[in-house]
Design a protein. Sequence first.
Length: 389
Amino acid sequence: MNGKFELAERLLKLPPYLFFEIDRLKKEAIARGKDIIDLGVGDPDIPTPSVIVEELKKAVDRPANHRYPSTVGMIEFREAACDWFKNRFGVSIDPVKEAVALIGSKEGIANISMAFVDPGDYVLIPDPAYPVYKNGTIFAGGNPYIMPLLKENQFLPDLDAIPEPIAVKSKMMFLNYPNNPTSATATKEYFKKAVDFAHKYNIIVCHDAAYTEVSFDGYQAPSFLEVDGAKDISIEFHSLSKTFCMTGWRIGFALGNEKIVGGLTKIKSNIDSGAFQAVQESGIVAMAKALPVAKNIYKVFERRRNIFVKGLNDCGIECDLPKSTFYIWFKVPPKYDSASFTKLMLEEAGIVITPGNGFGEYGEGYVRAALTVPEERLNEAVSRIKQVI
Ligand SMILES: *Cc1c(COP(=O)(O)O)cnc(C)c1O
């Protein structure tokens, strides 16, 4: 029997899913036996460092880990996160009151709006961006207010351009540096401006810090929490997914203001029962021991970046070497838009990339390539692009 079940309005309010056509064309091409180079999804091809995998094998055998975890995460996990954070950024966080484990940072980013946004509240959302900021806001009944990320502003929101009446009605703001999809970075001076803005208008800043470790040429991304006064108004989301190539494990954490972390925890305690403890124990080992191995992985991404950007430049496509993330964000050649160039790449070159407008209207005219294939495949991709353009 087919029931007539209408989707809830909040689902109907989501922006259209623009990757549908590309997904379809990709599946068709694969079915035809075409050799596809997939630079579409931001999911590293490199396996998780073995020291972490070995820990999971042992942790799975411990019966204590077979029971319900706690929503906030094991104290040992939160301590390991705070220790890592203190070493890396020089900022002390209380693991009891100011830290919560997450089932991947996406989970926390999606849930934070439920804790603080009421219907009618404005939430300041960058565009282009990771879609969860806007969609989580919509689920909570909030009004997304778009902050365009423009090249002439180094892909940073122009806070002075936000109208006063909107700022006054805004409850939260999302930021994400190093940035997906633009691979832009932010300075501490910029973060300071955001802290001042947030203090002035009583706004919670949610900083998505998924890519702080994936950096090149010696660059070290700052944490939002390094800025004086940041902890009064912000929460920062960290993920082990990109740092340790652990996307499938679903583990991350959030740090920051006690009340903000507490609000998120309250929502979570009514939705989930925490991350599998064996995964948390593996995460502890990752943060304590696996960074040297992970740094070698970033070298791999750095070499891939050099190959791909040089290839684009050889074709006359302007693109600087990003300092961070494994994404190359570039403007499509003049006669194309995001969709038509993505289609050209797929149909003529057998390369999957992501159309920039899939990340929001201000991504139009751009595309994103994820460096998630080995060097020889990337060389092949570059030579195919050269033939097509
Ligand atoms: C990958 C990614 C995340 C989150 O990943 P999790 O696997 O859920 O921890 C968050 N934000 C951005 C911008 C990302 O690209």
